[in-house]
Design a protein around this ligand. Sequence first.
Ligand code: AMP
Length: 232
Amino acid sequence: MPAKADMMNDQRGMALNVVMLGPPGAGKGTQAERFARTHGLPKISTGDILREAVHAGTGLGSLARQTMDRGELVGDEVMIGIVGERLGRADTRPGFVLDGFPRTVPQAQSLDAFLPKDTLVVVEIALSEDEVLHRLASRLICTECGANAMDDRDFATCHDCGGRLVPRADDAEQVVRERLSVYHRQTAPLIDYYAGRTGYCRVDGSRFVDDVTAEIVHLVNTCQGTPSSRGV
Ligand code: AMP
């Protein structure tokens, strides 16, 4: 993370900084998008940043592509650099919603070095392995705007922008199994890393998407004090 962290810490005292944590397919992206939109915060999805880089054919894209297709994680140094640069931009001063970062303990430690710990709210969206496999088998992604959709013959195009919907390459069953094993090995330890903090909360991701959204809003406000004291 950049050396200007200390200066940023002062400005971030009242910010609402949210991390969505959970296995692939738990709904992190959808919930991050909704929370960010209703709270006027930028949503920062490391998966989206990497997919855009692959799409644009940049150096980062070619570095990340094969790793992503195998369901493995891109290196910590690269990811910490990307997120550090993104969190250094002015639009994150009121806060942000992170989707897909941190995914390892070193990534979480770098985030802690960048922010005052008590400004971080970590929302774990829990989902069983069977549910993950079931959901990802029918997930589609928009080739234009990156929105997620479920495979449904009534919606051959993206609900948001009309773009073409396709399955994600890394949602193939074998890759999903690898992503789940990577999740258990490298990301699930973050639950213990964060669990003792006041800003940690857990929601059941198997419920209807609107119910999960409502519970997240409620829990974040409960975790972090009243909405007005958090500037929400
Ligand atoms: P996602 O869209 O969050 O499921 O991410 C898709 C893929 O991008 C992951 O399977 C990883 O290969 C890569 N990726 C996204 N975020 C990270 C991260 N924080 N650390 C390492 N790799 C990541």
